[in-house]
Write a protein that binds this ligand. Structure first.
Ligand code: GRG
Length: 286
């Protein structure tokens, strides 16, 4: 399989679906309403979470059209979380995905509303899918709502904020942070795909474990990408992560362990070629 070609196909599928959503469903809205959400969700992004929803559904025999609707919803949530994370009251970042961050382009108030708009759109898209669907759609939406909110990603952001004023960061602190801030949305994406395919029992457990390992490896990879930037910070401002806590070598060991564990779970499934290749693409350099 040529991974790059296959990846581009899926990326294009999701991006075209999101473009057509704005062109069709929002056609009666003036551009001042949609410009910031469109800018923030269609400004690049690897679409790892949307692709996970698509591919887990495909691997387990789910309906592709439904999976695409949920893939768009999860990418709306991902985009909202990045827009809010970049705000001056949070991480205060001027750039996102190689362009001005939403609040730098449109101002802070519109940045807040843009995040709110994207989050609401995600629920609207899922509810429409539920109205035309069955139990799988309901369960997929419940997975996403649970893991994106205060039981998942928002809790992760709160943990992050509190760790900023903690003196001695421990291993459980970092593990807890990753589990909620990063892994929760990755699990939401993968489990939504599984629910769309009406999976249960052992398959749900496998996908949960797969997403846990993938999410942890993904965060360590992200920490290595930000390493140079982090080096310039004062000691007390350094990011709470495995690199700063355990050193580079041990962090790489952890990444490799989680990468391999994710790969081993995929081996249980016949149609896992793409996800296995994505695992290699994301973490093969380590
Ligand atoms: C504001 C509620 C709220 C949550 C913010 C997403 C987030 C939580 C913070 C962003 C900072 C960060 C490093 C989070 C960890 C998860 C992560 C690696 C996000 C970036 O995901 P990518 O690399 O981004 O998949 P793209 O742009 O490809 O979608």
């Amino acid at each position: 399989m040529n991974f790059n070609d296959e990846y581009k196909k899926r990326l294009t599928l999701i991006n075209e679906h999101i473009e057509s959503f704005f062109a069709n469903e929002c056609r009666n809205l003036e551009s001042f309403v949609t410009e910031a959400p469109v800018y923030s969700v269609l400004n690049g992004g690897k679409r790892v979470r949307g692709i996970l929803t698509l591919e887990v559904a495909r691997m387990l025999g789910g309906n592709e059209k439904t999976a695409l609707e949920f893939a768009a919803a999860i990418e709306f949530i991902q985009a909202y979380s990045l827009v809010h994370d970049d705000l001056p009251c949070m991480d205060d970042d001027d750039y996102r995905r190689g362009q001005l961050s939403c609040h730098k382009k449109f101002g802070e108030a519109k940045g807040v509303l843009c995040g709110d708009s994207l989050l609401n759109l995600a629920y609207e898209v899922m509810l429409k899918s539920i109205l035309n669907g069955g139990d799988g759609e309901k369960k997929a939406a419940a997975e996403i709502a649970h893991r994106a909110g205060i039981f998942g990603m928002i809790k992760g952001q709160l943990i992050d904020i509190d760790l900023m004023s903690k003196k001695d960061i421990t291993l459980p602190d970092v593990e807890n942070l990753i589990e909620y801030k990063t892994t929760a949305l990755i699990s939401a994406a993968a489990l939504a795909g599984a629910r769309i395919a009406n999976a249960d029992g052992e398959d749900i457990e496998n996908i949960k474990n797969y997403a846990y390992h993938l999410g942890t490896a993904f965060q360590i990879r992200d920490d290595f990408e930000d390493e140079e930037e982090d080096k310039l910070k004062e000691e007390e401002e350094k990011t709470p992560n495995f690199i700063n806590l355990l050193g580079k070598e041990k962090a790489i060991e952890k990444l490799i362990y989680h990468r391999n564990s994710a790969r081993d779970i995929l081996k249980k499934y016949e149609k896992s070629e793409f996800l296995t290749a994505m695992n290699e693409f994301l973490f093969g350099a380590f």
